[in-house]
Design a protein around this ligand. Structure first.
Ligand code: NIG
Ligand code: FE
Length: 411
């Protein structure tokens, strides 16, 4: 592999000499940026960085590709720790229904929403699902994303859940993005289980989980705990079974209602609890004393016109916060992490430094990829964004709607 030297970098941002754990509370504000810097890459890993004044003599110029980043910033590629990127069809008809007054929950109750996506996915081949998802991965790469978590959950029967997870496994080998797979069989109840929803929970635990574990198809287990979806008791059962089978939880909780799912996630050692648009003091207390990351999804709040996660309150209570897109056809038809940064600043009142940390290093922690990704650290993979010529780092969330990424380098 050729070695790469990036020189004359206007600002090298996201430098962390070491990182023990996700940035929590006040630490989230610390975004180290070195002005007029160079970055050296050997075998796809960050081998060295420093000020341009120290470049002479430290670099072996043989077999070296040189990139001149004059006027440009370099930062870690975004780590999007919550998506549903494998899906069959877009759902803009439901978007129009919502404009006309129906809520996301009402559309779901009518058999739209997740069940609508499941019907459409049932007819698609694995190969077509892979091809469509690859296009979405290329799109988000061009917007600066280098690592992504992808959930199943539009299958809702043994065969189709396995199909989705096999698609994600194929994506892992075909894409240059780093991918984590999450089993979300507990995304919605298929209509045929309406009279006996616990039977579907049994199916998840007894029929889906063993095959998924046997074939090593998932890294995490997820449940949508919400009114009209999975109850806290069902969440508890599914997480217990998942953990016993070796899958750590990353769960959907508190999107519309507070049911106690946060505490159940924490009890089962969830890597993250995601959404949290609705939160009470008890939830915050559960999180502040735990290792569980709180993942907020501001573009979902934007698209559904629901409250934004009270991230400042979480930070005041020393909680580790990550930000992700939730890219899916129903609640967030966008995988744009730059827009997530803008919304986090505008709607959640994070500073640009906090937003960038929450979309890079803390996103990496929320996928347990922090050893190799999420910061400019010697020895980590050199998965980075080289921006266009921009005036400052603050310009990234400020210039919403513009793609400031010139190139996403992934190894
Ligand atoms: O995270 N809320 C549950 N799941 C997704 C939406 C899925 C869909 O509408 O297709 C979410 O918002
Ligand atoms: Fe989601």
């Amino acid at each position: 592999m050729t070695n790469i030297l990036i020189k004359n970098i206007k600002g090298l941002a996201g430098i962390l000499e070491t990182n023990q754990g996700p940035l929590r509370g006040a630490e989230l504000s610390e975004l180290n940026c070195l002005a007029d810097a160079f970055l050296a890459i050997e075998d796809g890993k960050i081998s060295m960085y420093g000020p341009m004044t120290e470049l002479a003599g430290v670099v072996d110029w043989n077999n070296l590709e040189v990139i001149d980043a004059e006027g440009k910033y370099v930062l870690p590629a975004f780590c999007d720790s919550h998506t549903h990127i494998v899906f069959a069809k877009t759902r803009e008809d439901e978007f129009v229904d919502r404009i006309k007054g129906l809520s996301y929950e009402e559309i779901g109750k009518k058999g739209g929403g997740i069940l609508n996506s499941a019907r459409k996915l049932a007819d698609m081949t694995e190969a077509d699902l892979v091809a469509d998802a690859m296009k979405r991965l290329e799109l988000i790469k061009a917007l600066g994303t280098g690592a992504v978590e992808i959930k199943s959950g539009y299958g809702l029967c043994v065969a189709a859940e396995l199909k989705m997870l096999r698609v994600i496994k194929t994506l892992k080998s075909k894409s240059d993005l780093t991918i984590k797979a999450t089993f979300l069989g507990a995304h919605a109840f298929p209509a045929e289980y309406n009279e006996n929803q616990d039977a579907y929970v049994d199916l998840i635990i007894n029929e889906m989980l063993p095959v998924i574990v046997e074939e090593n198809l998932a890294d995490y287990i997820d449940v949508f705990c919400e009114r009209n979806y999975f109850t806290p008791t069902q969440l508890d059962r599914i997480l217990a079974a998942g953990v016993a089978a070796g899958l750590k939880p990353k769960i959907h909780v508190n999107q519309f209602s507070i049911l106690g799912g946060v505490g159940i996630g924490v009890k089962h050692g969830a890597v993250s609890v995601d959404h949290l648009e609705e939160l009470d003091d008890n939830d915050i207390k559960e999180l502040s004393g735990s290792q569980t990351i709180a993942t907020a999804l501001p573009s979902c709040s934007f698209f559904l016109s629901i409250p934004y996660t009270p991230v400042l309150q979480l930070l005041e209570n020393n909680v580790a916060v990550a930000l992700a897109t939730d890219y899916n056809p129903g609640s967030t038809p966008s995988g744009n992490m730059q827009f997530v940064n803008s919304l986090a600043c505008v709607k959640m009142r994070l500073t640009p430094s906090q937003a960038i940390n929450a979309t890079t290093i803390n996103g990496a922690f929320a996928m347990e990829l922090s050893e190799e990704l999420g910061s400019i650290t010697v020895g980590k993979k050199a998965n980075i964004i080289i921006t266009k010529e921009i005036p400052s780092l603050d310009y990234i969330p400020y210039s919403f709607g513009e793609n400031i990424v010139e190139q996403t380098l992934l190894f």
